[in-house]
Design a protein around this ligand. Structure first.
Ligand code: GAR
Length: 198
């Protein structure tokens, strides 16, 4: 069975969507563990589904590289076919990315390459555009620069606050992430030479 480790930092609604999808025997992937960089509320979703969790807090390490090495060790202990960053709000150190990419994906609340970074929804609103969206992409050594796997547009409404727009994006995002992971598990999306077989 195609196995996934999911990394989160916050509420974990995208994680929840993956857990719900994976509870269906017809879904091609299973979540074997969920990791976080803090005591994230979203870890409760993993616990509710009986999925093991781990937390690797950056402040417990001398530097980012050492933190990344421990995070990598924890992830690799599950031997996942794919690692999914679903609202993981840390830039991953180069050794982590080199060890896992291209079997390392992220979901981002904008139509990359537009609005990379930690404030994509705020930046899209500030730009005054009429459409933004969500991107699922492979993580490479840059920040939100890796190859795009799937994208879906979301309209920006005149009265939108950052919160409203992000919530509407997340409704689309949850479906897109579930679809992207299923696609990868079925080999419908080519991740390159290191793609695992289901
Ligand atoms: C998602 O919208 C995700 O794209 C975003 O955080 C949210 C997490 O929501 N990630 C980033 O902005 C990364 N740059 P969730 O915790 O409810 O899944």
């Amino acid at each position: 069975m195609f196995s996934i480790v999911v990394l989160i930092s916050g509420g974990g609604s995208n994680l929840r969507a993956l857990l719900e999808a994976a509870a269906d025997a017809d879904y091609a992937a299973r979540i074997v563990a969920v990791g976080a960089d803090n005591d994230a509320p979203g870890l409760e979703h993993a616990e509710a589904f009986g999925v093991p969790t781990f937390t690797v807090v950056p402040t417990a390490f001398a530097d980012r590289a050492t933190w990344g090495d421990e995070l990598l060790a924890q992830v690799q202990s599950w031997s996942p076919d794919l690692v999914v960053c679903a609202g993981f709000m840390r830039i991953l150190p180069p050794r982590f990315v080199a060890a896992l990419s291209p079997n390392l994906i992220n979901t981002h609340p904008a139509l990359l390459p537009a609005f990379p970074g930690a404030h994509a929804v705020r930046d899209a609103l500030a730009a005054g555009i009429s459409e933004t969206g969500v991107t699922v992409h492979i993580i490479d050594e840059g920040v939100d620069t890796g190859p795009v796997l799937l994208q879906r547009a979301v309209p920006v409404l005149p009265e939108d606050t950052e919160h409203d727009l992000h919530e509407r994006i997340k409704i689309v995002e949850r479906g897109l992430l579930v679809e992207a992971v299923a696609g990868i598990a079925h080999q419908g999306i080519t991740l390159g030479s290191r793609a695992s077989t289901a």
